[in-house]
Design a protein around this ligand. Structure first.
Ligand SMILES: Nc1ncnc2c1ncn2[C@@H]1O[C@H](COP(=O)(O)OP(=O)(O)O)[C@@H](O)[C@H]1O
Ligand SMILES: O=c1ccn([C@@H]2O[C@H](COP(=O)(O)OP(=O)(O)O)[C@@H](O)[C@H]2O)c(=O)[nH]1
Length: 238
């Protein structure tokens, strides 16, 4: 299937990307640019769910390496994803499109609690659904959350929007000689332990035959270009 044929996708947005050129936190101008990008992608007739990370605010494993209790640190990481989702939700709504944050951690004063059927209905009705709170469990990542929600929502693909323009033979930030793949099978990604995504996420995607498209969110309009099949990206398992 060409990327342009996808009807429903889950966009995984790295938390780090939301800080824009700042070292930390939520950069409103960047949130606004992502909102514009998502709305442009939706205008192609694609229904969109978004899983946002929390790395711009807190990563559980990093906090634990500094002495925090891992499970508590992971809860803090999941709470960070809720803040990011709310920032994106309001940026999308400021532009006049409909968005709904649903959280795997119940916080009824803040947003809807994730429930599979209700979330599917929001997508069917054309709302951009922001899946917050990760899976709701420690020791998982938002990459795994994106694949999980893609399986539950009946999505055709996960679009992993990050700070690299695809999957490389090694981490391109550490190895300047690393070469970029255009396409890659799940087994190869798993066997070679290509670190762009965690192995739990890759294996869940393989089990459910959900392709993962990795691309850079730095270019404005990147989500739309990937959906049109014109953007620079690596397709894993497609
Ligand atoms: N084989 C690889 N190909 C591409 N990127 C890789 C690879 N191995 C590690 N990476 C790293 O994965 C990161 C992208 O994943 P992402 O989930 O957005 O960030 P993080 O893991 O820091 O939260 C990039 O910063 C990149 O340096
Ligand atoms: O199901 C999940 C998803 C996320 N997290 C926590 O939330 C943090 C932020 O998510 P992630 O690191 O995936 O964000 P990203 O790297 O995309 O910014 C993680 O470090 C974990 O501590 C978690 O505990 N369970």
């Amino acid at each position: 299937m060409a990327a342009a044929d996808y009807r429903r996708v889950i966009v995984k947005l790295s938390g780090e990307a939301l800080s824009g050129s700042e070292p930390f936190g939520i950069d409103q101008a960047t949130a606004d640019r992502f909102a514009a990008d998502l709305i442009a992608a939706q205008a192609l007739g694609v229904t969109l769910g978004v899983v946002v990370g929390g790395g711009n605010l807190l990563r559980g494993a990093t906090a634990a390496s500094h002495g925090a209790d891992r499970t508590i640190a992971d809860v803090m990481g999941m709470l960070a994803t809720v803040m990011n989702a709310l920032a994106l939700e309001s940026a999308i709504e400021r532009r006049g499109a409909k968005a709904r944050t649903v959280s795997a951690l119940a916080m009824p004063q803040v947003c809807e609690t994730y429930e599979r059927r209700a979330a599917r209905r929001h997508l069917d009705e054309g709302r951009i659904v922001l899946f917050a709170g990760g899976t709701g469990n420690p020791f998982f990542t938002t990459d795994t959350t994106a694949v999980l929600r893609a399986a539950e929502m009946g999505a055709d693909a996960v679009l992993k929007a990050t700070n690299v323009d695809g999957v490389y033979s090694a981490d391109p930030k550490k190895d300047p000689a690393a070469t970029r793949y255009e396409r890659l099978g799940f087994d190869e990604a798993l066997d070679k332990r290509l670190g762009v995504m965690d192995l739990t996420a890759f294996s869940l995607a393989r089990d459910h035959a959900i392709p993962i498209i990795v691309f850079s969110i730095r270019e404005p309009g990147a989500v739309e270009s990937v959906l049109r099949g014109t953007g620079r990206a690596t397709i894993v398992g497609g």
